[in-house]
Write a protein that binds this ligand. Structure first.
Ligand SMILES: [Zn+2]
Length: 270
């Protein structure tokens, strides 16, 4: 499932093909993904020029010169195929640029989505209005977490996965960041000290930044028809490593929390 670093890497990969380009054609090969494609999408995009691209949480943003933004979410299985040799069954939306680039949004399971929103109103678009600060932006601070966690008895890991508190953090990154910061995943959020939160914020940012950097190095894969960005599993300290020794020598443990696996080290995380 594409997480924030994969979406960021996707957006960076798309920039070189789309930024400053005119959209010569947008083709929809079906009516919907998780929900219908927006009405008027083809008309809005055709002939428009892409000004910039961006990301908010796990959404990719394609801004056009007509004051609107095409927003895509990759769901469980979505990916952009760049210069595909032929259009395949799950290429549901295809963009062709004025200089001849072809980009296909492929989504076999169709949990993804595409929306068209006025650029000036993006912050009040309901999915964005409800979410917390970007983990790599200035809004994620130890004080922000302290306020969000105040008096909360839920485990810190659960609250870090809550998009209203921090945007776009997934299970892997939360496990890794808590390990790096030395915080037990099941610790009551309201009881985590400010000192620990001061370790946690940079830990979150480092884990994400390193993953984006690793993704950037494999970005060429996107140009392959079969190209799909995977996780960079060798870099994980605890995620998916139950029973393996942590760097401290103690075995990595796993338990299920809120229906999802949590990996952690009982010696390093207090
Ligand atoms: Zn350890």
């Amino acid at each position: 499932m594409p997480e924030l670093p994969e979406v960021e890497t996707t957006v960076r990969g798309l920039i070189r093909y789309l930024e400053g380009e005119r959209i010569a054609r947008l083709t929809l090969n079906r009516q919907d993904l998780r929900r219908p494609f927006p009405e008027g999408l083809v008309q809005a995009m055709t002939g428009a020029t892409v000004t910039t691209l961006g990301r908010r949480a796990k959404y990719g943003l394609i801004h056009i010169d007509r004051g609107s933004t095409m927003i895509f979410h990759l769901g469980m299985s979505g990916r952009w195929r760049i210069e595909p040799s032929q259009i395949e069954k799950h290429d549901h939306l295809v963009l062709e640029t004025g200089s001849g680039h072809v980009l296909a949004l492929n989504d076999a399971r169709r949990f993804g989505s595409v929306d068209l929103v006025d650029t000036a109103a993006l912050d009040s678009w309901p999915p964005f209005a409800a979410i917390g600060p970007e983990p790599l932006g200035d809004g994620l601070t130890p004080r922000h977490l302290q306020q969000a966690f105040a008096a909360r008895i839920a485990p810190i890991k659960q609250l870090l996965l809550d998009q209203r508190i921090v945007a776009g953090l997934g299970n892997i990154y939360v496990c890794e960041a808590l390990h790096r910061a030395g915080i037990r995943p099941d610790k009551e959020a309201g009881a985590v000290s400010l000192a620990a939160l001061k370790r946690l914020v940079p830990a979150i940012q480092e884990v994400l930044t390193e993953s984006i950097a690793a993704g950037g190095s494999t970005i060429r894969d996107y140009a392959q028809p079969s190209g799909e960005l995977g996780y960079f599993a060798s870099a994980w300290q605890v995620y998916g490593r139950e029973g393996d020794p942590c760097a401290c020598g103690s075995p990595v443990q796993r338990f299920v929390q809120g229906g999802r696996s949590t990996f952690w080290c009982a010696k390093c995380q207090k």
